[in-house]
Design a protein around this ligand. Structure first.
Ligand SMILES: Nc1nc2c(ncn2[C@@H]2O[C@H](COP(=O)(O)OP(=O)(O)OP(=O)(O)O)[C@@H](O)[C@H]2O)c(=O)[nH]1
Ligand SMILES: [Mg+2]
Length: 386
């Protein structure tokens, strides 16, 4: 089955699964009871009745609990799909409506059609190389499958975009947690991209998952940066370590890691200053930070996430290339996707910098940070086509 159908079925499937499971549960519930009820031994009957009653009650409670859990998971998933839908609406409106328009006004699949499609994709910031690869794949598939139906072609486009993104790759989009001891995540990125806000959103999410979270304010460069993070820590109800403006970021990190070890924190999120003006200095500073972290907590930082502002388009891609040269970036957080019509940048990052997008920011509230999920992303983009 193609991705288009798969995503289209995503929600209906959830519904039918629920119905099927309920039926199975009912059968399972009846079976052991039938045996007990058939028992011919008279004397123990009152006992059997009691046991049956208790069993029934226990099963009812278990079934109820399971149903609630499933309901919660379903609600979470629906909520997350909604955040994607809403956050990608700008991109969808410009990108998909252009695609629909093109399909409506074209009569056949000719060179003019392909040229205009190419233009639409490039306008969405998908990135020239990705678009080229995609167009080649699409042209050869059209030829091979003798596709002439423009409606069907829309489905093929969704499928092929997915394939271009996933490729043969094994890049992990999940956060790597330490097997033991605190997991340290270092956030880097230029000014104003959304590092501090992302840390707050992620801190809140992890706390909700039951983790003990520590925020470390190692942006000692910008006035007010420490206070901004401290305020967030208070608002989301997690711990905080920070020093005054101008102190050595590595010494703040030292204090943070020490506290994390002594007080058994699960996750340490470190905010850093966003400067890329002087590459050599930044590289040295990051080296020092990594050294301090690794010395106190072997194997850490488990993740160094580069935060990029999606509204800056190709500029963001350049930042990713530069940061990749100076330190070991393990993933990208792409913020402000809600503020751009060029949400195709997700695909360009993959193609041009070959780093996994781990989280995306789809708005300013704490719920708006989402683990990147290619299927929800494609659904968010193409939902009007389905
Ligand atoms: N719409 C939208 N706004 C966002 C998102 N993420 C962050 N912002 C906004 O971007 C602005 C800058 O965010 P910060 O978190 O302060 O950025 P920073 O990288 O820490 O900035 P510096 O500390 O100055 O380097 C704030 O107004 C945030 O509310 C997002 O996903 N969507
Ligand atoms: Mg900041």
């Amino acid at each position: 089955m193609g991705l288009f159908q798969k995503i289209k079925n995503m929600f209906q499937k959830n519904e039918t699964e629920k119905v099927v499971e309920t039926k199975e549960e009912e059968v399972a519930k009846e079976a052991p009871l039938a045996v007990k009820l058939d028992s011919p031994v008279e004397e123990v009957k009152p006992n059997v009745d009691l046991i049956v009653k208790e069993l029934k009650e226990e099963e009812r409670i278990l079934a109820e609990r399971k149903r609630k859990q499933e309901e919660e998971a379903q609600k979470e998933s629906e909520k997350s799909v909604k955040v994607y839908e809403k956050g990608l609406s700008k991109t969808r409106q410009s990108f998909v409506s252009k695609l629909v328009e093109l399909t409506n006004r074209s009569e056949k699949l000719d060179d003019a059609y392909f040229d205009q499609l190419e233009e639409i994709l490039i306008m969405a910031d998908i990135g020239v190389h990705t678009v080229m690869e995609f167009m080649d794949r699409l042209r050869s598939r059209v030829k091979k499958e003798h596709i002439t139906d423009l409606e069907y072609l829309k489905e093929v486009i969704v499928d092929e975009l997915f394939i271009v993104y996933v490729g043969e790759d094994v890049l992990s989009d999940k956060i790597q947690y330490a097997k033991e001891g605190p997991t340290v995540i270092l956030f880097v990125g230029v000014n104003g991209v959304g590092k501090t806000t992302t840390i707050a959103k992620l801190g809140w999410k992890l706390k909700e998952e039951g983790k003990k979270v520590l925020l470390v304010g190692a942006d000692t460069f910008r006035a007010g940066a420490t206070e901004q993070l401290r305020d967030w820590a208070e608002r989301i109800g997690v711990s905080f370590v920070g020093k005054g403006e101008g102190s050595d970021p590595s010494s703040v990190i030292y204090d943070g890691c020490k506290k994390a070890l002594e007080e058994h924190f699960d996750v340490v999120l470190i905010d850093t200053a966003g400067r890329l003006q002087n590459k050599t200095n930044l590289m040295k500073e990051l080296e020092k930070m990594n050294h301090v972290i690794g010395k106190l907590i072997p194997g850490a930082p488990q993740e160094t996430l580069l935060v990029i502002d999606a509204t800056t388009g190709q500029n963001g891609i350049q930042q990713a290339k530069s940061f990749k040269e100076i330190t070991n970036i393990t993933g990208i957080v792409l913020t402000k996707l809600d503020g751009t019509a060029k949400g195709g940048i997700v695909l360009a990052i993959k193609e041009e910098v070959n780093l996994p997008v781990k989280y995306i920011g789809l708005g300013e509230t704490k719920e708006d940070l989402q683990l990147f999920d290619i299927e929800k992303y494609i659904y968010g983009l193409f939902k009007d086509l389905m």
